[in-house]
Design a protein around this ligand. Sequence first.
Ligand code: SF4
Length: 162
Amino acid sequence: MRYHNITTDDMLNGDGLRTVLWVAGCTHCCQGCHNPITWDIDGGIEFDEAAEQELFEKIAPDYINGVTFSGGDPLHPKNRDMVTELAKKCREKFPNKTIWLYTGYTFEEIKDLEVVSLCDVIVDGEFILAQRDPKLHWKGSSNQRVIDVRETIRLKKIVLFD
Ligand code: SF4
């Protein structure tokens, strides 16, 4: 897997202060995408052991609420295995922190992937420019959903986080 950046103290991509992994690769090509530089699956740099270490070090501080996987699309078919492994490691290392994931796929398209059950919140769906609303929390357009994954799995119906 390749990635572009690991940012921290982020307040826009999930609840509280978060560390965000911005992976490379997205096939959704949404008009008005804020981050088209991340579309190329061969863009960015290799996510190697040093990058993994950096990610964990930036998640570790007590004031960081958790990790957010974004991009690009963490669920691009070529990113899924690595993001799943990272989510597992985060669960083990940081059991009291939350995992958020942004994807251009709908929840219905990805609900059976192993990584889904490792996440607390998934923000799903492509960005639709005509439905853009800057007042929305944690998402860019009103078609997207901020999904409480645990409650959604438990109740077998979509439960929104906000
Ligand atoms: S899914 Fe996200 S990263 Fe991919 S094109 Fe759409 S807005 Fe951009």
